[in-house]
Design a protein around this ligand. Sequence first.
Ligand SMILES: Nc1ncnc2c1ncn2[C@@H]1O[C@H](COP(=O)(O)OP(=O)(O)OP(=O)(O)O)[C@@H](O)[C@H]1O
Length: 384
Amino acid sequence: MITFTGITKRYPDGTIAVDDLDIEIPAGRTTVFVGPSGCGKTTSLRMINRMVEPTTGLITVEGQDIRDRDPAVLRRSIGYVIQQAGLFPHRTIVDNIATVPFLLGWGKPRARARARELMELVGLQPEQAKRYPHQLSGGQQQRVGVARALAADPPVLLMDEPFSAVDPVVRTSLQDELIRLQAELHKTIVFVTHDIDEAVKLGDSIAVFRPGGKLAQLDTPERLLANPVDSFVEGFIGYDRGVRRLSFFPARLLTPRTDTVVGDDVQAGRARELALRSGEPWLLVVDGERGPRGWVSTETLGAADPGTVVGSLDLVDYGHVFTVETDSLRAALDAAVLSPAGRAVGVDADGRVVGVVAQSELGSAIWSVGAEEAPTAEPVRSDG
Ligand SMILES: Nc1ncnc2c1ncn2[C@@H]1O[C@H](COP(=O)(O)OP(=O)(O)OP(=O)(O)O)[C@@H](O)[C@H]1O
């Protein structure tokens, strides 16, 4: 655990970067510092490894006052990852990763063996070991930065906007990798970002800073989205927080309809009867394996020869699907909003159709969870 008690940082020019901060950062979890530019996130982070010294207050790491630790020794026990990786340009990738083990006097063979192990852990290829940083992409350099921070297996990892300089696709994959690594390693991670979506995705808890270096709210992502303490926090997390909060509720809460799903070998006349009976303007057509083929409207069915099989009619693209067992209500809502028929197709893990959810049914599920605490503190994530 890391604790801040009454921490204030006033820079020599009089700027108060952090103002009387009290915070407890639990061990083995990810705590994200988030807030607008200049609100003291980086300063707070750097006080943990004594790159910045507080003006007043006490910081402890695992119960020990960090002022009692030699700063250089302390830093070797705390991994540090920054934007654009900060790699040594004239050292190979393997030697960049082995920096701290070298400093700890491990000896080159052992340090390099450890570095190669870490390259694999963070998803780098062995043949990249002998390259130099400029020969890697930005995303790969960030992976090297993470591997370097983990080299001596420190219990604490400080990450200062580590993924903000890469494009959104690479960024998503780096975030996914970090979630996977953390599930395995259980480090005490303090992660700085100004992106609330990144904070919600990665954080077990989120500390929202307000201008002037004060803590506005410290909470789980789900509680933060449900109950922002004031208008500053509400404005910062965005007024679409209600929709984002649906990520914490499983799509299993929905009951997909099956009476509006027809096989592609069913005749149009029969399908039209089904549609009329269900009162639905669209039927979902599936193939012999229950894979989705597309939507057919009652108009198309009405205009078709009753003896024609629906699979040969003009079908409308079924859009995105959601996986009923593993996706969230938000994924189901996205699927419904993006569907040309205004209905979401729910599938099982093998992509077979489980049923269809209309916007009205989604609406009642969303309404029913409105005031509820989410069943899980972790966003529901699909495997895919
Ligand atoms: N060395 C310094 N000397 C004087 N003022 C500083 C120094 N470093 C930071 N500051 C000021 O302290 C305040 C907090 O800065 P800090 O970098 O901690 O904020 P931040 O929340 O991390 O911002 P960003 O998201 O833009 O990185 C800012 O007003 C900044 O200008």
